[in-house]
Write a protein that binds this ligand. Structure first.
Ligand code: IPE
Ligand code: MG
Length: 252
């Protein structure tokens, strides 16, 4: 009851404030959440976390945010964590995440990251979901960042600029002379999206950790102390309020 009053109040406070078109979320703290909730198996945190993303997408759609990027895992998460945790996470990606986007026609799916680091079945499930959701009119853009590193994304972009130039028969000197920010932007994993104006990281970690290195140079950052599965709609609305007030102040 109090919660829904508070939600309504926050929604009212957002009226007339600048709103981000693109929100990126680093969904951190799943295992800590599971431990605190008394689960011995920390993978349960990832299950709750994956299901939580569905709610988050619903809240974003309700708030009129047409573009969302969600960070699932970095290459080093996949390399360094126990195989049973990684397998479980990949399975969730296939069965919860990819499946959800197939059913929920409010989103077109994009995938950002080093897909060759994923098991074949996961890469395939994501690619199929991307294909299946491609032609949805009026849908928002959801990017799943998986096996994703911002530095590697920029490296990959530079590589593909060079590959393109080589295919066109241009010399290294010509490429170096003409290289622009736009060239890098055009070769990111998902070109054509607006930069995220708001990045949220949960769990109290105060780092960007290689998330959207190129895209987030001008983003407002919201660090939230809650573990990801505990993040609520009011926390999103509060982040949007902070964002709106900061931008309004700067523009005045
Ligand atoms: C974030 O949750 C999701 C992944 C990196 C896979 P964590 O798994 O990092 O959970 P914590 O931060 O250890 O609690
Ligand atoms: Mg973590």
């Amino acid at each position: 009851m109090l919660y829904s009053l508070y939600t309504r109040r926050l929604r009212r406070q957002l009226v007339g404030l600048p709103k981000p078109q693109h929100v990126a979320i680093a969904m951190d703290g799943n295992r800590r959440w599971a431990k605190r909730a008394g689960y011995d198996d920390v993978r349960i945190g990832h299950r709750f976390g994956a299901e939580h993303l569905e709610l988050f997408l619903q809240w974003c759609a309700d708030a009129g945010i047409p573009c969302v990027t969600a960070w699932v895992a970095s290459p080093s998460n996949l390399r360094k964590r126990d195989a049973d945790q990684v397998d479980y996470l990949m399975n969730l990606t296939e069965t919860v995440l990819a499946e959800h986007v197939r059913r929920d026609n409010r989103w077109r799916l994009h995938v950002a990251g080093q897909l060759d680091l994923l098991p074949d079945s996961t890469a395939r499930a994501l690619k199929e979901a991307v294909e299946e959701t491609r032609d949805r009119p009026d849908a928002g853009d959801l990017t799943i960042a998986i096996a994703y590193s911002g530095r590697l994304e920029v490296l990959d972009a530079v590589r593909s600029v060079l590959d393109e130039a080589a295919a066109d028969g241009r010399s290294i000197e010509e490429v170096a002379d003409a290289l622009s920010e736009d060239d890098i932007s055009r070769h990111l994993y998902v070109p054509g999206l607006p930069d995220p104006e708001l990045v949220i990281r949960t769990s109290g970690e105060l780092r960007m950790s290689d998330f959207l290195l190129w895209q987030a140079t001008g983003s407002e950052i919201e660090f939230c102390d809650l573990y990801w599965p505990a993040f609520r709609e009011v926390d999103l609305l509060r982040a949007l309020r902070t964002y709106g007030r900061r931008r309004l102040e700067r523009s005045s």
